[in-house]
Design a protein around this ligand. Structure first.
Ligand code: 0X9
Ligand code: ZN
Length: 306
């Protein structure tokens, strides 16, 4: 089994980030976008093709907003390695990387991830402590400024969907929001990787309102799901978040969409509940490959838009 077909503790992922940026200095550049509540670094890897100096568009992928969704972290590592391996080898990957810079945040919630390895495998939130709160942790995917803390999230600190003190009260959410704000003119595509339930979701999840480009988002998700079915014989549902999974305000995808990133998706990777968050390592490669198919399908479409 290769490195990428296993799950890795946080310290190993930091070593991997270091190794990868040194091994591929002309394609992978590390960017520190902030730090977590417990002061761990939030590293973004900027992937870029070697050709073309024209001003480029960009896309974003974050993994590990939720600590226990280990296949998500594994996907970001898989994606980065696939990009450096197959740039100039596979036409789709070459085209994507020549037209867009790709910013990858492999661990958005390092404190929570560490906690799932040491204390509680089923931890979801970050590990922030706020004065006056009885419990630890805020759901980072309820902490963004998109109908923040309305129905579908909780204002009780002990709940798994606790929305935090105010939008971007959490350093992890604030760091991502600041970075995306500073790139709002070139950022064309936002992707957030979660698990589980095999879904390709797009705005809105914070209300039942239809996104302005709903049909276009739906077509993209449909084509991505079709490719997963065709190449991997696996079923992914797709649709607007609120109607497809549930009403859940304060999410990064809706916030990024409202910022002006017209193509915004949340992927829920394998499985359908047999193992749930405890997806065995033997299933990593299939889960990542099928998700990669969806990412490539959507990224190609976006990169070809004028
Ligand atoms: O509830 C969530 O945050 C996501 N599901 S998960 O099981 N991974 O927790 C779905 C997020 C969909 N998008 C938004 N709610 N904005
Ligand atoms: Zn999640």
């Amino acid at each position: 089994m290769s490195y990428y077909e296993r799950y890795h503790p946080l310290e190993d992922i930091y070593l991997w980030i270091n190794r990868t940026t040194h091994q591929y200095p002309d394609m992978v550049q590390p960017i520190l976008i902030g730090s977590s509540f417990e002061k761990r670094p939030l590293w973004v890897l900027k992937l870029s093709g070697k050709r073309g100096n024209q001003p480029k568009r960009a896309m974003w992928i974050d993994c590990g907003i939720h600590a226990r969704e280990w296949i998500s972290h594994a996907f970001c590592l898989w994606f980065v390695q696939y990009s450096v391996d197959f740039y100039n080898q596979i036409p789709d990957m070459t085209e994507i990387l020549d037209s867009m810079d790709i910013y990858v945040l492999p661990v958005m919630n390092p404190d929570g991830y560490k906690y799932t390895w040491t204390k509680n495998r089923m931890w979801r939130k970050n590990r922030s402590k706020h004065p006056g709160n009885y419990c630890t942790g805020t759901d980072l995917n309820r902490n963004f400024d998109a109908n923040w803390c309305t129905m579908g999230s909780s204002h009780r600190s002990c709940d798994d969907t606790y929305c935090g003190l105010f939008p971007e009260s959490e350093p992890e959410a604030e760091a991502v929001a600041n970075f995306l704000r500073s790139h709002k003119h070139d950022m064309k595509l936002y992707l957030s990787i979660h698990s589980y339930s095999q879904m390709l979701l797009f705005p809105y999840s914070c209300s039942y309102q239809e996104a302005a480009n709903h049909n276009e988002l739906n077509e993209m998700a449909k084509e991505a799901a079709m490719n997963i079915r065709r190449y991997y014989r696996n079923q992914y549902k797709y649709g607007a978040g609120a109607k497809t999974i549930y009403l859940a305000p304060g999410g990064s995808d809706d916030w990024a969409y409202n910022l002006g990133i017209e193509y915004s998706f949340t992927f829920e990777l394998q499985d359908m509940g047999r193992y749930g968050f405890l997806l065995p390592p033997e299933l990593i490669s299939k889960a990542c490959n099928e998700a990669l198919t969806a990412v490539k399908t959507i990224a190609l479409k976006v990169s070809r838009k004028t």
